[in-house]
Design a protein around this ligand. Structure first.
Ligand SMILES: Cc1ncc(COP(=O)(O)O)c(C=O)c1O
Length: 464
């Protein structure tokens, strides 16, 4: 029996410890219920869910999982496994899993030196996040018109380059690839960085090279809407160590990524304040599997699209979307331009009646943030405070910059965006499905247009 003196004496001096054991017993922070709530989102049947529940409920979870990228007592976390898979699949030196495509773009722009007083040339058609990430980096987006591929038109870039321009940010539009040859030539000539936004074309290739590996940095959204994705996530690729380090510093400002976390800066510009765009382990667990499936998914989509295109006749009143690299297409959409919006409306109606899923925007449609003139927080030049950074940033003004946006800035985009007809394709179409879809398109086009063997071909690359 411990006497009172032993209890009072400091444990340091041989007395009894005040706290010899903790009686309260915790439960895992993340347990069966949370696991099941994730499993429910995968669409398993009720019967299967019941079986899964009874199987996992039998397990003693101990302290439960620790779902963090850093500190996990594992040889490789899920995020690290995802980054390794990305390096292997895309053949690049560096990959960073991040929480969103927007986060990847923000980190890439900052890594590339976008900041006060700089401009980045963005495509007129793509997605708002590209231009928004430029603004988040304190740069000014300048919109470049598109060509009939709906991607940035390389012939229109040079006239937009100023002494403030530091980067080009071509976007892969809806499963297609930009003319990366033309874009890279201009970038190298003017010593500009290229940040590829490949969110809509993960798995696309240009002349045999994966999009996202051609420029200086490649950015992907891997949200649930994309070809690869668990729910909400992003990926950044580069072959350049300095850019990888700077992107890490932005997306994970605590510097946890550094070999020696609190070491002084190893070079000028290494350390600066960033934010936290870390990917979650739960997202990475899905993405690592999805990414490995990506090449097969893309191959199925591409086969379906090419199969359909090869069966189509040629018609005078419609022009197919130009494909900068037909062999590199992801191909989940088939697109073409009718001569007029009115003709387009009739074609779309008839296609849907035939069972071919088709759509067109039309002039009177609601705003759409895939086109520059609807990117209101950019075009209205509204910053979060009255100082209105970066649009009225003194550094920008001193360098002669004047941000100005108007709908007519990019007339080809204005026209094609309203007129393009989009047919949605499914990677699981069989050869017979492709035949039926092609027949449906031909049936409708022969009813409303003139067959013309000299009209533009469906598989039409830049040279074609
Ligand atoms: C071209 C493009 N860039 C960036 C993004 C933004 O990605 P996230 O939603 O993952 O931030 C998207 C998302 O749709 C996109 O299509």
């Amino acid at each position: 029996m411990a006497n009172q003196r032993d209890e009072q004496r400091l444990a340091l001096q041989g007395g009894l410890k005040a706290v010899s054991k903790i009686e309260g017993k915790g439960k895992p922070k993340i347990g069966v219920a949370e696991f099941m709530s994730v499993a429910e989102r995968f669409g398993f049947s009720r019967r299967t869910l019941k079986q899964i529940r009874s199987a996992v409920a039998r397990d003693d979870m101990g302290a439960g999982p620790f779902l963090s990228n850093y500190y996990a007592n594992l040889k490789e976390t899920k995020v690290q496994a995802f980054e390794r898979a990305a390096r292997e699949v895309f053949g690049v030196k560096y990959a960073i899993g991040v929480s969103s495509g927007t986060g990847a773009l923000h980190a890439a722009f900052v890594a590339a030196g976008v900041g006060p007083g700089t401009e980045v040339i963005c495509p007129a058609i793509g997605f708002f996040a590209t231009a928004a990430a430029v603004v988040m980096s304190k740069g000014i987006p300048v919109f470049c018109d598109v060509d009939e591929s709906l991607s940035m038109d390389p012939t229109k870039i040079e006239r937009l380059i100023t002494r403030r321009t530091v980067a080009l940010a071509p976007t892969c539009v809806m499963g297609t690839v930009p003319d990366m040859g033309g874009i890279m030539r201009i970038a190298r000539k003017h010593k500009l960085k290229v940040i590829e936004d490949c969110a809509q074309s993960c798995g696309g290739k240009y002349r045999g090279r994966w999009v996202g590996t051609i420029g200086d940095l490649g950015c992907f959204s891997i949200s649930g809407y994309k070809i690869v994705g668990g729910g909400e996530g992003g990926l950044l690729l580069t072959n350049r160590k300095r850019l990888w380090e700077r992107a890490n510093q932005l997306m994970e400002c605590g510097g946890l990524w550094r070999p020696v976390r609190f070491a002084p800066p190893r070079y000028k510009g290494e350390l600066f304040c960033g934010t936290n765009y870390r990917m979650s382990e739960l997202e990475a667990a899905v993405d690592v599997v999805q990414l490995r499936k990506m090449p097969a998914t893309v191959k199925r989509f591409r086969t379906v699209k090419m199969r359909i295109l090869k069966q189509l006749g040629r018609y005078g009143e419609v022009v197919p979307q130009r494909l900068n690299d037909p062999d590199g297409e992801v191909g989940y959409l088939l697109r073409f331009y009718p001569e007029t919006v009115e003709l387009g409306r009739r074609i779309v109606e008839a296609l849907n009646a035939e069972g071919v899923s088709a759509s067109m925007r039309r002039k009177d449609a609601h705003p759409d943030w895939h086109q520059y003139s609807y990117m209101f927080p950019v075009t209205l030049k509204t910053g979060p405070t009255p100082v209105n950074c970066p649009y009225e940033c003194p550094v920008y003004l001193r360098r002669g910059g004047r941000a100005a946006y108007a709908r007519e800035d990019c007339p080809v985009a204005d026209d094609l965006f309203d007129r393009v007809i989009t047919v949605s394709l499914n990677q699981w179409f069989t050869a017979a499905d492709c035949r039926h879809v092609a027949k449906g398109i031909d049936k409708v086009l022969s009813a409303y247009c003139t067959e013309d063997p000299d009209a533009a071909e469906w598989i039409r690359s830049k040279a074609g």
